[in-house]
Every structure is written in C-alpha cells, then in structure tokens.
Design a protein around this ligand. Structure first.
Ligand code: TXA
Ligand code: MG
Length: 339
C-alpha cells in the first residue's frame, strides 16, 4: 500500500477514506492520531493491525462537537457537560457509559467509552465531513513515542495506512488528559494536555489513578488498559534524573560516560554542559508547555542518533509537568534516580 501525504486543503479526501473504511493519520492538537470510522468494526480492526496494538486496549472516539455525546453515551453526568463547556474542543478525554451502537472492538468489550472533541480545526473538519465518530489512538507503532509531526507518523506507518494529513506540528505535544466520570470521585486515568489542577477547579475532588505515578505491581489492573504496557520508549534505555534543575544537570554530568553514545535530554540552560554528547533541549527549565511540546520529538531524535543510553532531566509535577513526568517515567520503565 502507498501512503499518501495530504495537505490541509485535502481534508475532504481524508474524510472520504475514513467513510469507506480506510485508515488516515490525522493531526490533533495533542499528537497525531490513526483514524478510522469508529462505527465500522472492520476498519477499527485494521487500526490494531497497523499499530501492532493489543486487542484488549480500547480506543477513544473523536467527535466534532459535544452535542454528539448523546449519540454514543448514556447516563451522561452533569459534570461531563460542565467539563465539555470548559475544555472542549481541547485535550480532554472523558470516560462515559457507552450505548450499544459503539462496536465492541472500539471499547475492547468494556461498557464504557472514551470521548474526545479535539481542538485542531482540520481534525474537526475531517470528522464533520466524514459524518461519523473517528476512532483514533496515537499514530505511533505500539510502544513507541507518539508522533507530533506528519513525518513522525509516516516514519511509523508508511505502507500500512492509506494517507496522512499534514496539519503541522502538534501544539500540545502530549496526549489528552483522561478522566473517568463513571466513578465517584472522578478519577484521573492519564495526565495530559489539561492539567489536573484545572480539572480540580471544575470538579472539586479528583482521585489520581496509581498507574499515573508509579509502576503497577503484579496482579494490579490499571483502569486505562493502555497504562499497563511499556510505552513511549525509545530504543535505548532511559535514566530519568529528578530534582532541582541545577542538581539534576550536575548529577548527569557526574555520571554520564565519556562517550558519544550517551545522549542527554535537558533544559536549554544546561545544553552547553554536554557539548560532547548528542543533546535534545526540552525548553527553558520553567517552560512546562514547551517541555510537553518537545518531549516525544526529543525521544525520537535520540533513536535517530543511535545512542546507547539516554539521560533525561525531569521537570516537577506541577501543571503540565505531571504529564511530562508520566511520559518520561514510562519511557524509562520507571528507572528514576534522585539527584
Ligand atoms: O490525545 C489523545 O488522546 C490522542 C489523540 C490522537 O486524540 N489519542 C490517544 O489514544 O492517546 P491512545 O489510544 O493512544 O490512548 C488512549 C488511552 C489508552 O491508554 C486506553 O487504554 C485508554 O485511553 N482508554 C480508552 N478507552 C478507555 C475506556 N473505556 N476506559 C478506560 N481507559 C480507556
Ligand atoms: Mg498511545
């Protein structure tokens, strides 16, 4: 199969492919997604094949406006409407009770479904034109860092999908925040583009799923099935160094081998400390939105450099930091040291 690269004014072609059961890489504000008609089980099944994704890992449905929620969900709590009003379109996914119209292959047999209304205008235009909800996981090969450009998506999916629509680099850079509204208090299943503090401001109490902050023990089941898999991982092992930026940079300097094959992901201020190594900059140490925007790109760039070990400075968990720390920790298989 040849994978076509579409430009933004070809969104109707992308919609047509989705309508007839094909697979399209779609831009969203968070990461690129691998989209298919969410009401067509055969099309959805092809997503799992293209990604090499385990069948027990459910997909989320993307809709162009909150009024579509009632087509696919029931028992929608009032909190869902409040969140939609405040954060949609935007990087928030809500877990709600599903209606029978949603195919089992989308939800991996669960009685709930993840719903998201993306902010990327081209993404919404594609969904509107397709006239169906679009099932879309992140567009990476399963286990790899998520794609934040059309080229990253092609790097993983060339020859496996029909097309990728190039909507430019993603402005958020980490996936949507996932909140489960079927339990009380609502539960944060994955930190992402909407910071936890902002959800708390709307919902009051929010419980944080343990899988967000630590590896699960044997026999522990995460609420978001995807959180149990090794994820976001570059080829080389990663060591995450936690602590005040000055101290974590010093720790890396003290421990890094004198070899070009050890790479560093660091805040801009410290890049010149590591001149003899491949370096990817995360942004200034205080710029949390920039860290989110650059993280997956940095992990992929390390793969391209072919390094054998990656050292990464770790931001703190305030605001967008929680999502960045979560992705970095998972990329490292929770190999974290304190400086
Ligand atoms: O920003 C995003 O959310 C991107 C873009 C493309 O929209 N999508 C994305 O999808 O990150 P994916 O499939 O890579 O991650 C979705 C996560 C998985 O961990 C999955 O297990 C979880 O959501 N999930 C999906 N449906 C669920 C459900 N009904 N209950 C609990 N977790 C669910
Ligand atoms: Mg994913």
């Amino acid at each position: 199969m040849r994978t076509n690269l579409l430009t933004v004014n070809e969104f109707e072609a992308a919609a047509r492919i989705i309508r007839v059961g094909g697979l399209v890489g779609i831009p969203t504000e968070t990461v690129y997604g691998l989209g298919a008609n969410g009401l067509n089980p055969l099309a959805v099944d092809r997503i799992f094949q293209a990604k090499g994704r385990p069948q027990d890992n459910p997909l989320i449905l993307h809709i162009p406006e909150s009024s579509w929620l009632e087509r696919y969900c029931e028992d929608i709590p009032e909190a869902a409407w409040r969140l939609a009003k405040r954060f949609w379109p935007g990087p928030l996914t809500m877990i709600l009770r599903r209606k029978p119209i949603v195919p089992d292959v989308v939800t991996a047999g669960l009685d709930t479904v993840g719903m998201r209304c993306p902010a990327h205008s081209m993404c919404r235009a594609i969904i509107q034109a397709a006239g169906v909800p679009v099932a879309a996981p992140s567009g990476n090969t399963s286990g790899k860092p998520s794609p934040t450009t059309a080229q990253h998506m092609l790097d993983d999916m060339e020859g496996k999908i029909d097309a990728v629509l190039d909507g430019g680099p993603c402005t958020v850079g980490v996936e949507s925040t996932i909140i489960d509204l079927t339990c009380r208090p609502p539960r944060l299943l994955r930190p992402g583009g909407v910071p936890l503090e902002e959800l708390q401001a709307v919902l009051g109490e929010v419980e944080v799923d343990p899988a967000v902050v630590r590896p699960l023990g044997d026999g522990e089941q995460p609420r978001a099935p995807g959180m149990k898999y090794r994820h976001y991982a570059p080829k080389a092992p990663v060591t995450v160094v936690r602590g005040d930026p000055m101290r974590s940079a010093q720790y890396i300097l003290d421990h890094i081998a004198d070899s070009y094959w050890e790479g560093v992901i660091c805040f801009n201020e410290f890049a010149h400390w590591f001149e003899d190594h491949p370096v990817e900059q995360l942004g200034g140490s205080l710029d949390r939105f920039e860290h989110a925007r650059r993280l997956f790109r940095a992990l992929r760039a390390m793969d391209e450099n072919g390094v054998k070990h990656i050292w990464a400075q770790c931001p703190d968990t305030a605001g967008m930091g929680l999502a960045v720390v979560n992705r970095l920790s998972k990329a490292a298989g929770f190999h974290i040291v304190d400086a």
